[in-house]
Design a binder for this molecule. Sequence first.
Ligand code: SF4
Length: 239
Amino acid sequence: MNNKRLTAIITRLETHYDTTFKPVKKKNLLDVLIAIKLSQNTTDKTSHKAYLNLKSNYKDWEEVMSSPLPKIQKDIRICGMAETKSKDIKNMLKEMNTKHGSLSMGHLYKMTDDEIYDELLSYKGIGKKTIACLLAFGMGRCSFPVDTHVHRILNRIGIVDTQTPEKTFEEAKDIIPDEKKIGFHINLIKFGRSICKAPNPVCSECFIYDLCSFKEKIYYKEKLSGKIKENNFIILENI
Ligand code: SF4
């Protein structure tokens, strides 16, 4: 990936979305970690509701830790995958309590990113993507979380050539300048929701079209301009 092209893409997105990322204030890291867990594979709106249910229905995270799983499941059902998420959250709280004798995560502020990865990866149900989000949005560290959307867009544009979000994460963290990481992540999420969508990218309205190396961008541009009519029977018709 040519650095000039990457810089141009980052700048174009910043200009388009007018991003000025405010520095993250010191937050309760356990609150952030649980909010991130709840946000997986769902919308911001439903995960926020599930988070508020936990915050209002329990005195503190200690109470969540000692509550029966079906009750937690019911409280977070709205955000989907309630069975897995409730199990992961409860197990993580128990493991953390056993390891540190409390549920505080304040000690992470004194640790390096690598030490934080080592510590949190030891909890079942916490993966690199979750930790990258915690570093970025909980601690304001220079971190570039990669979900399936960021993975898809970076591959289409031609910034990386990888098969999995995990591989994309490993490559992207070394080529994206630190000071741009959080803002670029946020902009790619916005871009993926409105322009570079999963099944049908809106290439005809894409403001980085000239910088993108996606082979099918001409097809999608013409398709959405109405020049190509969808024909699922093209092979049968030509036999
Ligand atoms: S041209 Fe199409 S594929 Fe390329 S970034 Fe824009 S929307 Fe995505």
